[in-house]
Ligand binder design. Structure first.
Ligand SMILES: C=C1C[C@]23C[C@H]1CC[C@H]2[C@@]12CCC[C@@](C)(C(=O)O1)[C@H]2[C@@H]3C(=O)O
Ligand SMILES: O=C(O)CCC(=O)C(=O)O
Ligand SMILES: [Fe+2]
Length: 348
């Protein structure tokens, strides 16, 4: 099924890289050995940690605003997504990535496509390979899931559909909390939120990530440093740590899994919408010697035709707009071409 994002990638087809069977590799091949990983000094971990916000706390709005300004990332608890649903998603991920390689390749992402199995899109910007596998879902997963699991595809489709619905509701709630903290509170302030202010027309992609256990984790990279091209991203990580974020002055800081918690990232489009008040966070995923790791990222953005620009309430004589208006599609196109220079290329 053609997706709304496919236009963005057609002009920048991704080179087809052959996925190895990670379980058969007992040493790190040179193509996976990253020489300059820019590792944190050990003391970095102790001094600062990513804010944790309880969504039932009456001060959640202030906590979120502060976290978005200083970190561009925070974790949430009491978010309303049931543990049983998160367990089901984890089970679907596990079942998907433990299929034999030839089976997963039946649902391979096409070079100019968005959905399917393969390396992360950003792979093409790095000379070394990443120690991970990914599965991107945009729109209904049915066609690809039928190729993966001819027998049980409908169970897995139902899990993913329910997860996407729940994530969409949570993302809408987080949008109002993040915007509210900037004084954007009235429903007229964001027209595309729709008559029910539920952001019904929002678009999203679901990225499932699998990081196999790695014989030489200190030289490998699970997912290279990047910012997400979203308004916000909701990340679920299983109990194995690996996510790190870059904080000015502190370096790379680990984001340890919090039981029942979800990680919320500020994406590039939110940085634009907030006229630079909120930071989109640079993050990466590391790998582990003995444990594999799973994560699922719900990448959330505006409807395809909506232009995102610095919000008028945040623009004035002393605060000129820092970015020109851009649609999500256009921005993904720019990202596919310029990667980490995408934001500066839309600066006015
Ligand atoms: C809607 C999106 C957002 C995408 C592209 C497209 C589908 C897959 C997303 C990711 C997921 C993994 C990291 C990233 C950097 C990547 O390589 O693919 C993301 C990218 C972006 O945030 O730019
Ligand atoms: O696996 C992780 O912790 C990070 C995943 C991520 O950044 C992404 O999918 O965009
Ligand atoms: Fe990411």
């Amino acid at each position: 099924m053609p997706s709304r994002f496919s236009d963005a990638f057609r002009a920048h087809p991704q080179q087809q890289l052959k996925h190895p069977d990670f379980t058969s590799l007992h040493e790190l091949p040179d193509s996976y050995a990253w020489n300059q990983r820019d590792d944190p000094s050990p003391e970095t971990f102790a001094t600062e940690s990513v804010p944790l916000v309880d969504l039932n706390d009456p001060n959640a709005l202030q906590g979120i605003g502060h976290a978005c300004k200083t970190w561009g990332i925070f974790q949430v608890t009491n978010h309303g997504i049931s543990t049983s649903l998160l367990d089901m998603v984890e089970h679907t991920c596990r079942s998907l990535f433990s299929l034999p390689v030839h089976q997963k390749l039946k649902a391979a992402r096409s070079p100019d496509g968005v959905s399917g199995y393969g390396f992360a899109r950003i792979s093409s910007f790095f000379s070394k390979l990443m120690w991970s596998e990914g599965f991107t879902i945009v729109g209904p997963p049915d066609e690809h899931f039928r190729q993966l699991w001819p027998q049980d595809f409908s169970y897995h489709c139902d899990v993913i559909k329910e997860y996407k619905e729940e994530m969409k509701k949570l993302a809408g709630r987080l949008m109002w909390l993040m915007l509210g903290s900037l004084g954007i509170i009235a429903k007229e302030d964001i027209k595309w939120a729709g008559p029910k202010t539920d952001f019904k027309e929002a678009s999203a992609a679901l990225q499932l990530n699998y990081y196999p256990a790695c014989p030489d984790p200190d030289r490998a990279m699970g997912l290279a440093p990047h910012t997400d091209s979203t308004l916000l991203t909701i990340l679920y990580q299983n109990s194995t740590s690996g996510l790190q974020v870059f904080k000015e002055g502190a370096g790379w800081v680990a984001v340890p899994p919090v039981p029942g918690g979800l990680v919320i990232n500020v994406g590039d489009l939110m940085h634009i919408l907030s006229n630079g008040s909120y930071q989109s966070v640079l993050h990466r995923a590391m790998v582990n010697r003995s444990h594999h790791r799973l994560s699922s990222a719900y990448l959330y953005g505006p409807p395809s035709t909506v232009e995102i620009s610095p919000h008028p309430k945040l623009v004035g004589p002393t605060h000129p707009p820092l970015y020109r208006p851009v649609t999500w599609n256009e921005y993904l196109h720019t990202k596919a071409k310029h990667f980490n220079k995408a934001l500066s290329s839309v600066r006015v």
